[in-house]
Design a protein around this ligand. Sequence first.
Ligand code: UT7
Length: 332
Amino acid sequence: MNKKTARILATGAYLPDKVLTNKDLENMVDTSDDWITTRTGIKERRIAAEDQSTSDMGVIAAERAIKKSGLDKTNIDAIIVATITPDMFFPSTACFIQRKLGLTHIPCFDISAACTGYIFSLVTAAQFLKTGAFKNILVVAAEKMSAITDWEDRATCVLFGDGAGAAVVSEEKGSMEIGQFFLGSDGRCTDILNIPAGGSFCPASEETVKKRLHFTKMTGQDVFKHAVRYMTESAENVLKKSGLKIEDIDCLLPHQANIRIITAVAKRLGIPEEKVYLNVHECGNMSAASSSVGLDGILSQQKDVKRILMVAFGAGLTYGALLLQKLGEKNG
Ligand code: UT7
């Protein structure tokens, strides 16, 4: 019997129309284009319309991926959505996307792994496919970061953007295989990047809203330090497991939080900058959606790419890496 595989059959992405530039931010908080560019690499980011939810963006990316896949949407056996900006606490954003796609009676659930969410979700989908439980899974990573951003806090509001990406992953169709992976979390760091209020620990009240505790809080330098170490270690782990050297990788797709983090990780891994995919300058940090929009960008622009190494970190902390490899490519 043939060994079952998990493959990327097609991808899609969506970015909202509204562009918010660093110049625009200069008129909102005490910041400058120069500070944002040199500290983060970000020049502009996309912002969803007020009445546009995470599932609204996710469903557009999903429809684009499904169309490219050539599958009828009724062939989708499950929907997994990576997000930290769900439409509502419950039901899951996956259920909203299911409803908007007009699908019924398939399992739909969200994964909360912050910026590493797309890697966690692709790996989860791959397990269902490899065991033969499902044949085709829709994986979406979508974020409306603007909804959880404190637009009065210059330390965080310059960093984030909105967007969505999706992939149809399939047991038997598609040329890019989901290969070796590494996933990790460090719950000791839950206090360096979070939204303090609104959950069961500190339910929303007039007081929490007044204190702006329903917005993202971050100790930037601590996150930075951990990010470089965990991303490097995750990528090295996958290379080792795969029997590959960094020279074997055609494209590194790192989480797009900050150009300085990306450059530091690339340097430690020894991969030249022309092999490192970037969209941080035009999209900012879209949390889980950064990797999904990035993967769609790579696969639609670089037709002959054979091996992509995805690597990410995020709140939790969570971290991980995933190798995507053209079918038939030998390791090492
Ligand atoms: O997806 C995961 C999420 N997050 C991340 O990956 C973020 C990781 N961390 C970072 O990217 C960086 O730490 C930041 C970009 C957030 C900040 O850069 P930094 O070099 O660590 O700056 P800092 O926090 O040490 O701040 C340096 C100075 C401070 O002023 P003083 O105390 O030196 O006078 C800040 O108040 O820069 C000030 N500052 C700003 N100035 C202009 C902070 N934000 C701004 C701003 N514009 N937007």
